[in-house]
Design a protein around this ligand. Structure first.
Ligand code: RRO
Length: 311
């Protein structure tokens, strides 16, 4: 049998696999980051979104496993910008995307100015879509505010930068966000963040399952796969070819990875399924993906990337 090649590309760095962790999952502490670096079939890794100051996050319970996915209200617990910058500068063992988040547009500018002045030259992702901060909207649902932030950022920022987007649900919204994003020299979009402000009900207890915000939280896992695929496909169809698409959301099998790539994903991240199954998931997904490719006669990801057929 011909050898199947899963190699992929992260803005010029070659990767052995197109698989990443979804930011937030197993990437907060140095120990967790080192685990990712040592995980086979994980091509590249992403850090927990860093804020200027370290944060404890929301009170427990803040993650709940569901039969077909998960709900989380973590509230951006992280060790702070300086920790993650040190990690990517000093301890990085595998291609890594530094994820940063801001509680306000002003914070985003402060953070990226620090990053511009630092020695770090690698890829960064600005999280515009955390659903779990009390009193804060998901910035990327406000197209004008997103445009303003990116306009200011790119007036001084010259290093590789992408954005993490929330899911969109209306074709007009895909047109609107793509129009904004296409104005800027972004390396990539990562789509989707969790589906914001879902609510799970424990019927026996007649109670919500996470504490903050009255139980409202971000949904992930199998239940969000169709939404994730729609966002990957719709954005790939609208964004400048220079803006790569990182597909995140709903992956539980190699077939789901295949579907993301068929919709146009350059790389594919896994979040909830890592929580459920552990880091061994990447070996299983890579094996399943190779099996599907072999059966179809594909040798590389380029053989089918973006080739989704319409009826
Ligand atoms: O920490 C969180 O609550 C969180 C973040 Br920053 C995010 O971007 N997405 C998510 O589902 N949870």
């Amino acid at each position: 049998m011909t050898e199947i090649d899963l190699s992929a590309d992260l803005f010029g760095q070659s990767l052995q696999s197109p698989l990443l962790n979804a930011s937030g999952v197993h990437c907060q502490t140095k120990e967790e980051l080192n685990d990712l670096a040592n995980t086979s079939n994980l091509g590249a890794m992403v850090t927990k979104s860093a804020t200027l100051q370290a944060r404890e996050g929301n009170p427990n319970p803040r993650y709940h496993d569901l039969a077909n996915g998960s709900i989380n209200s973590m509230g951006l617990p992280n060790l702070g910008y300086d920790f993650y910058l040190d990690y990517v500068l000093e301890d990085q063992q595998k291609p890594t995307i530094l994820s940063v988040a801001a509680l306000s547009a002003a914070d985003a500018i402060t953070l990226l100015k620090k990053l511009q002045a630092s020695d770090y030259q690698g890829p960064t992702e600005l999280n515009l879509s955390c659903p779990n901060i009390v009193g804060e909207p998901q910035l990327a649902y406000d197209f004008e505010a997103t445009d303003q932030v990116l306009s200011e950022v790119f007036s001084f920022y010259t290093k590789p930068l992408g954005v993490k987007l929330p899911p969109y649900f209306d074709l007009v919204h895909f047109d609107q966000i793509a129009k904004v994003l296409n104005k800027y020299p972004l390396t990539h979009v990562n789509t989707i963040n969790s589906v914001g402000n879902g609510l799970w009900v424990d019927v026996e207890k007649e109670q919500v399952v996470t504490k903050a915000k009255g139980g409202f939280g971000g949904l992930g896992g199998a239940m969000v796969l169709p939404t994730a695929l729609a966002n990957v496909r719709a954005l790939r169809q609208r964004l400048n070819p220079s803006i790569k698409v990182l597909g995140t959301g709903g992956v539980t099998t190699g077939a789901d990875v295949f579907a993301h790539i068929l919709c146009g994903a350059d790389l594919v991240s896994v979040g909830t399924q890592v929580m459920k199954e552990g880091l061994g998931v990447y070996d299983r997904l890579a094996a399943e993906l190779k099996e599907i490719m072999a059966a179809k006669g594909y040798q590389t990801l380029d053989d089918f990337r973006g080739q989704l057929k319409e009826l």
